[in-house]
Design a protein. Structure first.
Length: 303
């Protein structure tokens, strides 16, 4: 069986000398009934998947070398022709919608639901209380003149990466222009009865960051303030000049100068009106410090 259930009934007697009233009895006895699911037989089919990168932090448009090592929990050799599916995705996307589909072993074990009904008259003696759901686990710069314009949330998807006889493989993951954290997940299968999932995270960063906060879509005649966050990722203060150009607008945008302490971020914005008769606006903005550190961003907005 993929899981069994264990139940516990805990009862507490009357508390102290608190006297009941006609409306409430604060010292009355109470009880708690809980059920926990215990996995049975999973380790027989589980693969331990280790995912490591050559370093934890990268610059934009670099390549991360991912090393994968897969082995059964019980120590026997990995089956011949075992492979993994590899995906690298922006962690910000997973914050919006967690993805549990790569928990392959859980899907294969096909957990059974609780099929036992429990009846008790104790709630006629003590107060009714809600203790949550039962039988569920508790919650708990790529170049001086290039602009960053590649912001896809999915870096890589490889449906089949073959493992060698030792259960190892190595894959190159090309990074894009996003300054964020990426999660790299390996879903392993070994024959018809071995499954496992492993993951790691990497981060892309640079000393000066220009982060756009623009909507993907705008309408003709809209009045809004396109904003950018400027972040100083160094341990020293810096003075930064932010300049921008929007192709499709009749007027030029004025440059703005800001001061950033070590690790500080500030927002800069402009007030614009979307003109009529255009299909898109292309924003090209740059931030440059007095020492020459810079970042450039290119963003296309559909009208």
């Amino acid at each position: 069986a993929p899981n069994v259930f264990v139940s516990v009934l805990a009862v507490r007697g009357r508390v102290g000398d608190i006297k009941p009233t006609a409306m409430v009895d604060l010292g009355r006895p109470s009880y708690r009934f809980g059920i926990a699911a215990i996995k049975v037989g999973w380790k027989t089919h589980e693969l331990k998947v280790s995912v490591k990168t050559d370093r934890p932090m990268f610059k934009i448009r670099e390549k991360a070398t991912v090393s994968i090592h897969v082995k059964p929990i019980h120590g026997s050799p990995i089956p011949v022709n075992s492979d993994v599916a590899l995906v690298a995705v922006d962690e910000g996307l997973l914050e919006l919608m967690p993805n549990n589909t790569w928990e392959l072993l859980r899907a294969m074990m096909n957990e059974r639901g609780l099929e036992v009904n429990t009846s008790t008259a104790q709630m006629q003696v003590v107060g009714r209380r809600h203790y949550g759901l039962k039988a569920l686990p508790p919650g708990g710069g790529g170049g001086k003149d290039s602009s960053r314009e590649l912001f896809d949330t999915l870096l890589l998807w490889k449906g089949s990466v073959k493992l060698n006889a030792s259960g190892q493989a190595e894959v190159q993951v090309p990074l894009n222009d996003s300054l964020t954290r990426f999660k790299i997940i390996a879903i392993a299968t070994g024959g018809e009865k071995y499954f496992g999932t492993g993951s790691t995270s990497i981060r892309t960063t640079q000393d000066l960051m220009l982060l756009p906060g623009l909507p993907q879509l705008a309408r003709e005649g809209d009045l809004f303030n396109p904003s950018f966050t400027v972040r100083n990722a160094t341990d020293k203060s810096m003075k930064v000049e932010v300049t921008g150009n929007v192709s499709g607008l009749p007027e030029k945008l004025e440059a703005q100068s800001i001061s950033l302490e070590a690790g500080e971020a500030k927002e800069v914005s402009w007030s614009i009106k979307i003109p009529f008769g255009v299909e898109k606006l292309v924003y090209e903005f740059s931030a440059k410090s007095e020492t020459g550190t810079m970042d450039k961003v290119k963003f296309t907005q559909k009208i």
